[in-house]
Design a protein around this ligand. Structure first.
Ligand code: ADP
Length: 268
C-alpha cells in the first residue's frame, strides 16, 4: 500500500501526476490519495472578498485562520474543484476514483481546538471561533472496503470533530495518519519543490536521505509550511511506516521517481 499526498501549491502538475497514478494502478499497486488546495483557496477567497489570513501560534506554527466563512470557501475549493478535478483526471484515464472528504463516513475524526492561542503584532490572543483540529482516528474499514471494490479513494480535508463539526486539518499530517492506519509501506508527499532543501530555495541543496532517528535535527531546516511535512513524516515513521519520500510534483513520472528514491527519503 502506498499513500500519496498531492500538494496544493502553485506549479504542481496534476495531469502528469494522474498519468503516473494510472500507470501504477495498471501495475496493480494499491493506492490511496490525499490532496491539498491552498493556492486555489487563497485565490478564490480573494475573489469572494474574504481574503486569506494566516495566524501564528505561540509555539511558532503558522496556519490558516478558519472562521465559518473561510471553512465554506475551503470546502468549495477542496471538496469541489480540487477533489473533482483529480477524480475526473483519473476517470479520464480509466481509473475508477472516488472522492471523499474526511467528513464523509467519519473518515478522519479528531478533536476541534476549542481555543487557539496566537501571537498578533507581538500580542497574545485567544481565538474561539476557529474550525481547526487534527486527525486522531481514520476509518480504515471504509477505505479498505472501497479498495476491495476496486475504487481508488481520493481524500481531502476537512475532517470531522467528535461533535460532528467540519474542521480544517493539515493535509500532510492527515495523510500521515492515513498511511499509519493502513500500515502503508511508503508515504509520498508531492509538492512544488524537489524535496527538503538545506538552503531553501536553492534546489541544488536537496537533502537526499534522513535516517528516521535523525529527523529532529531537520526540523529547523524547514520553514513553516515544510515543517508540517517533516512533522507528518515523523508521525508516520513513529507509527511503523517504512519510509516517507518528499518529492517533486511538477515533473513527469513523479511517483515512480519518488519510489526510485528521488527526492528526500526519510526512514531506513
Ligand atoms: P503543498 O501545498 O504542495 O503541500 P506547501 O506550500 O504546504 O506545499 O509546502 C511546500 C513549500 O514549503 C515550498 O513551496 C516552500 O516554499 C516551503 N519550504 C519552506 N522551507 C523549505 C525547505 N527547507 N525545503 C523545501 N521547501 C521549503
Amino acid at each position: 500500500m502506498i499513500v500519496i499526498k498531492i500538494g496544493g501549491s502553485e506549479g504542481i502538475n496534476y495531469d502528469l501526476i494522474a498519468d503516473d497514478l494510472a500507470a501504477l494502478v495498471k501495475e496493480g499497486q494499491p493506492l490511496v490519495l490525499v490532496h491539498g488546495g491552498s493556492a486555489l483557496t487563497n485565490q478564490v477567497a480573494e475573489q469572494l472578498g474574504h481574503p486569506p489570513k494566516f495566524v501564528t501560534s505561540v509555539s511558532g506554527y503558522s496556519s490558516r485562520r478558519t472562521d465559518r466563512r473561510t471553512l465554506e470557501i475551503f470546502e468549495m475549493v477542496y471538496c469541489g474543484q480540487m477533489n473533482k478535478g483529480l477524480v475526473e483526471r483519473l476517470q479520464r484515464r480509466g481509473v475508477n476514483a472516488i472522492g471523499l472528504s474526511g467528513l464523509d463516513g467519519q473518515l478522519w475524526q479528531g478533536p476541534r481546538k476549542d481555543a487557539i492561542k496566537i501571537v498578533e503584532n507581538g500580542k497574545r490572543l485567544v481565538l474561539r471561533d476557529d474550525y481547526t483540529g487534527k486527525v486522531e482516528r481514520v476509518n480504515s474499514k471504509l477505505l479498505l472496503g472501497l479498495l476491495d471494490m476496486g475504487l481508488l479513494p481520493v481524500l481531502t480535508p476537512p475532517a470531522v470533530s467528535y461533535e460532528g463539526e467540519a474542521i480544517n486539518v493539515d493535509g500532510d499530517r492527515a495523510a500521515a495518519a492515513t498511511a499509519a492506519a493502513l500500515q502503508a509501506e511508503t508515504l509520498i508527499i508531492l509538492s512544488n519543490v524537489p524535496g527538503l532543501l538545506a538552503k531553501f530555495p536553492d534546489e541544488s541543496t536537496l537533502i537526499r536521505h534522513i535516517p528516521a532517528a535523525n529527523i529532529d535535527q531537520f526540523m529547523s531546516v524547514a520553514e513553516d509550511r515544510m515543517k508540517k511535512k517533516v512533522m507528518g513524516a515523523q508521525e508516520a515513521l513513529a507509527q511503523g511506516i517504512g519510509r516517507v519520500v518528499f518529492a517533486d510534483g511538477r515533473v513527469a513520472h513523479p511517483i515512480h521517481r519518488a519510489l526510485a528514491g528521488e527526492g528526500t527519503v526519510i526512514g531506513k
